[in-house]
Design a protein around this ligand. Structure first.
Ligand SMILES: [Zn+2]
Length: 365
């Protein structure tokens, strides 16, 4: 019989130690979370919850931590079935750089929609198992199938389509003419705009694969569509050299010169930034994704500097293909070690990147 002095809720999680990651850094030992209509209704001590709420559904969280979900700010869903393959190839022969051009794009070209759907299911189930509850897709083939998989897995996410309209080295299915590339992006965003769990962003694979015309068109469309643009930027020396040769300026400066560096742009990697480019990131308020598994063999990623300067930066795995992990806790640990080597050790400071600071980055996205 129900107790009318108690409020009915849909679910009670009891006994967990709750790490709120709020401004005060609240931690509730032996806590409880009450969920009603799919939202967190109440958080507090377990003993108080039992007095205030009744439910037919309880999860015992004793011995566990409850905390906000982690966000993977740069993942390649469609490369998931390539997991660990590069490491296996590297044992037999020298890997060809850049890997995205020599391995990942040719692999993506082979996938049919069902492959991407299955890839998505495996990728998102893996994410949920390690505490990730939201992802930003970097841009791959058949993004609607990623969305179908994300809905099935009940994970929040932002889809994106691999977008290439220039260059000779890409399989025909991965490249299209500028007008079609633009339309594909706009149509994708519109198809997903009314869904609650999954939305779509616009995408530019990177400056070497996208014409200035397409970059400008996509940038101009983002405010009207009220969406973001996922791209790779300042990721490798080859890209800097290309930008200097083609445009006489560095990649972020080039994006700024065509009015495409702004708060709609989400720039994955952003490793090789000059001081002037870092200033541009601050002025234009674009966001970035630090992918620790991959970034430190390219250069000393300026994560700490970015945070000090108020740049919106999150942690990304870059997908499971290169380092076989979608674990943002592991990625954050690598970021901590990396930032210590880059920014702490040179000044003999041992706590340059405290874990609490990093976990906030990993949950804020
Ligand atoms: Zn990537």
């Amino acid at each position: 019989m129900s107790d009318h002095t108690k409020m009915a809720v849909d679910l009670l999680i009891v006994g967990a130690d709750i790490v709120c990651l709020d401004e005060k850094g609240t931690v509730i030992l032996n806590g409880a979370i009450a969920i009603k209509s799919n939202i967190i209704h109440w958080i507090g001590k377990n003993s108080d919850a039992l007095k205030q709420f009744e439910t037919s559904s309880t999860i015992n969280g004793s011995g566990m931590i409850a905390m906000p979900g982690l966000i993977d700010t740069h993942v390649h869903t469609a490369q998931h079935l390539l997991r660990g393959k590069l490491a296996e190839i590297a044992r037999r022969k020298k890997i060809k750089i850049p890997t995205w051009k020599n391995y990942y794009i040719p692999f993506e070209a082979l996938l049919d929609p069902e492959d991407v759907y299955l890839s998505g299911l495996a990728c998102y189930a893996n994410m949920i198992s390690v505490g990730t509850t939201c992802f930003a897709e970097a841009g791959g083939p058949h993004p609607d199938e990623m969305g179908r998989a994300a809905m099935k897995a009940h994970i929040r996410g932002f889809l994106a389509k691999s977008t290439i309209d220039q260059g000779d080295a890409y399989p025909p299915s991965m490249k299209t003419v500028t007008k079609k590339a633009f339309k594909n992006n706009v149509d994708l965003v519109n198809r997903w705009k009314n869904k609650s769990l999954v939305k779509a962003w616009l995408s530019l694979r990177q400056i070497m694969t996208c014409s200035p015309k397409l970059i400008k068109m996509i940038s101009e469309a983002a405010p009207d569509l009220n969406t973001r643009i996922h791209t790779h930027l300042c990721e490798g020396s080859y890209e800097i050299n290309y930008s200097m040769e083609q445009f006489g300026m560095r990649p972020a400066e080039y994006m700024e010169s065509i009015n495409s560096l702004n708060h709609h742009l989400h720039a994955a990697h952003s490793i090789l930034l000059s001081p002037d480019e870092l200033d541009l990131y601050v002025e234009r308020n674009c966001s970035a994704s630090h992918c620790p598994f991959n970034n430190y063999h390219v250069g000393p990623h300026p994560l700490l500097n970015m945070l000090h300067r108020g740049i919106r930066v999150g942690i990304g795995t870059d997908g499971a293909a290169p380092w076989s992990s979608l674990d943002i806790f592991r990625a954050a640990h690598v970021a901590r070690v990396g930032q210590q080597a880059v920014a702490g050790t040179p000044i003999n400071f041992h706590e340059i990147m405290p874990s609490e600071k990093l976990i906030r980055v990993a949950t804020n996205g």
